[in-house]
Design a binder for this molecule. Structure first.
Ligand code: SF4
Length: 193
């Protein structure tokens, strides 16, 4: 059995976000993405040699410092290009006091992830998935937590029980104005444009 990785290659961290899943969230942007979606807001996250290596334990300790967090989001880049590292971070978040929920973004669809070797290690630790590539032709600023209409916001716990992808029930769409206000908190928005 391989030892769990102790570091992860990241493009950046946003310590408090309200646009990357429900509630106040700590967001880890992985470095490296193979999808190259036209219109991607963060092409600097694509290079697998870019970003920086950070100890996973250091990220978990930072998360622990903020008692106001509802959850942690793994974004990118493509988190499923670093399955073992994000899975180790997920396990360390799970071991923290309280119950932070875990949301993961991916340019792969849920169905593709089910077939991707090793992806189940990370999928099984997460509560929500925003799936699919950003498609410029389907861009919609009113969508909650997504950039284009093809992307789905899935409840992974319900999906596992049902044996099919189960979307989180829709809520009233955000106005472009409120979206823009939230976006300014993060300064980085992979998977969206
Ligand atoms: S939108 Fe997301 S999946 Fe697409 S290229 Fe950008 S980081 Fe990769």
């Amino acid at each position: 059995m391989n030892a769990a990785p102790d570091s992860i290659r990241i493009a950046g961290i946003v310590r408090e976000s309200i646009v990357d899943g429900r509630g106040l969230r700590f967001v880890v942007f992985g470095q490296g993405c193979p999808h190259r979606c036209p219109g991607c807001h963060n092409p600097q996250t694509h290079d697998f040699e870019g970003g920086r290596w950070v100890p996973i334990r250091q990220i978990a300790q930072e998360i622990r410092k903020n008692p106001l967090l509802q959850g942690v989001t793994f974004s990118g880049g493509e988190p499923f290009c670093q399955i073992s590292a994000f899975a180790e971070l997920a396990r360390q978040v799970r071991a923290l006091p309280g119950r932070l929920d875990l949301t993961v973004y991916s340019g792969y669809t849920y169905e593709q992830l089910l077939a991707l070797p090793g992806a189940s290690e990370l999928l099984a630790l997460c509560d929500y998935l925003v799936d699919g590539p950003f498609l410029l032709a389907e861009r919609d600023l009113s969508l909650r937590f997504r950039g284009s209409r093809n992307q789905r916001y899935l409840d992974l716990n319900r999906s596992r029980l049902a044996g099919r992808p189960v979307p989180v029930p829709e809520q009233p769409p955000l106005s472009p104005r409120s979206y823009a206000r939230g976006a300014s908190l993060t300064g980085i928005q992979a998977h969206r444009s």
